[in-house]
Ligand binder design. Structure first.
Ligand SMILES: Nc1ncnc2c1ncn2[C@@H]1O[C@H](COP(=O)(O)OP(=O)(O)OP(=O)(O)O)[C@@H](O)[C@H]1O
Length: 226
C-alpha cells in the first residue's frame, strides 16, 4: 500500500453567522495515497471549499486531525501557533494550492509569478515558461494578471503549482471557468503532472467528467451533519 500523502480523521467545522451556528462539516475522513486523486463533490454550499481550506491550514477544524506524509500537522497535541507555522512552511514547499480566486501577485507578470513560486519552493526555474505553454498560455508570460482572462489566470495558477512540484495539490474548481475543450486539456495536464510527480491530488468540482477521472469521490452532500 502506498503511504497516504494526506490523511484526515473526524474533521468538523461550523461557522457562526448572525449569532447562529452554521454546521458545515461533521466527522469527515479523508485518505489520499501518494499518486492518487480524490474528487470532492456536492451541491453549492455543501462544504467543498471549507474542506479544502482545512486541508491546507487556511481554516482550523473544530475537531479532528490531519497528517501530511504521515506527519501530524493538526492534532490536539500541537499548539495552534505551531500548527500555523507548519502549514505556512508546507504551503511554501510541498502543498500546492489552486483556489477559485487565482492567487497571482498583480505586480508580477505571469512568468515571474511562476518563477517566484518555484523559487519559494526552492525548485528550478528552468521549466517555468514550459509550464505556461503546457497550459495553453504560450506568448502570455509577459502579461500581468489583469491583462489576461479569469480562465487564463486560473491556468497560470496551475502552472505555479506545477513549478513547485508539490507532494499534494489541492484545487478548487480548477477547470471551473473554462470551456469544455480547454477544461479537458487542462485536466489532461493536471493528471499527467500528477502521475509524473507521484503527488496526491484533491479537487473540488461540479464537473462530473473531471470527477470521474479521479481515483476516489467524496460527496459532501451525502454526509450527515451532527
Ligand atoms: N466564514 C464563513 N462564515 C459563515 N458561513 C460560512 C463561511 N464560509 C463558508 N460558510 C458557509 O459554509 C457553507 C459551505 O461553504 P463552502 O464554500 O465550503 O461550500 P462549497 O461546497 O465549496 O460551495 P460552492 O460549490 O458554491 O463553491 C455555506 O453554507 C457557506 O455559506
Amino acid at each position: 500500500m502506498p503511504e497516504d500523502a494526506l490523511q484526515a480523521r473526524g474533521l468538523s467545522k461550523r461557522f457562526v453567522s448572525a449569532g447562529q451556528p452554521v454546521p458545515v462539516l461533521s466527522g469527515v475522513d479523508v485518505s489520499v495515497p501518494a499518486g492518487t486523486s480524490l474528487a470532492l463533490l456536492g451541491r453549492s454550499g455543501s462544504g467543498k471549499s471549507t474542506l479544502l481550506n482545512l486541508l491546507c491550514g487556511l481554516e482550523r477544524p473544530d475537531t479532528g486531525a490531519i497528517w501530511l506524509a504521515g506527519e501530524p500537522v493538526v492534532s490536539a497535541a500541537i499548539a495552534p501557533q505551531q500548527q500555523a507555522r507548519r502549514w505556512a512552511a508546507l504551503r511554501r514547499q510541498s502543498l500546492g494550492v489552486v483556489f477559485q480566486e487565482a492567487n497571482l501577485m498583480p505586480a508580477l507578470t505571469l512568468l515571474d509569478n511562476v518563477r517566484l513560486r518555484a523559487s519559494l519552493a526552492r525548485r528550478s526555474q528552468a521549466d517555468c515558461g514550459r509550464w505556461l505553454e503546457h497550459l495553453g498560455l504560450e506568448g502570455l508570460g509577459d502579461r500581468y494578471p489583469d491583462q489576461v482572462s479569469g480562465g487564463q489566470r486560473q491556468r497560470a495558477a496551475l502552472a505555479m503549482v506545477f513549478a513547485m512540484t508539490p507532494s499534494v495539490i489541492l484545487a478548487d474548481e480548477p477547470t471551473g471557468s473554462l470551456d469544455r475543450q480547454t477544461a479537458d486539456e487542462v485536466s489532461d495536464q493536471l493528471f499527467q503532472r500528477q502521475k509524473e510527480t507521484g503527488c496526491a491530488l484533491v479537487l473540488a468540482t461540479h464537473d462530473s467528467e473531471l470527477a470521474a477521472r479521479c481515483d476516489q469521490r467524496l460527496d459532501l452532500a451525502h454526509l450527515a451533519l451532527a
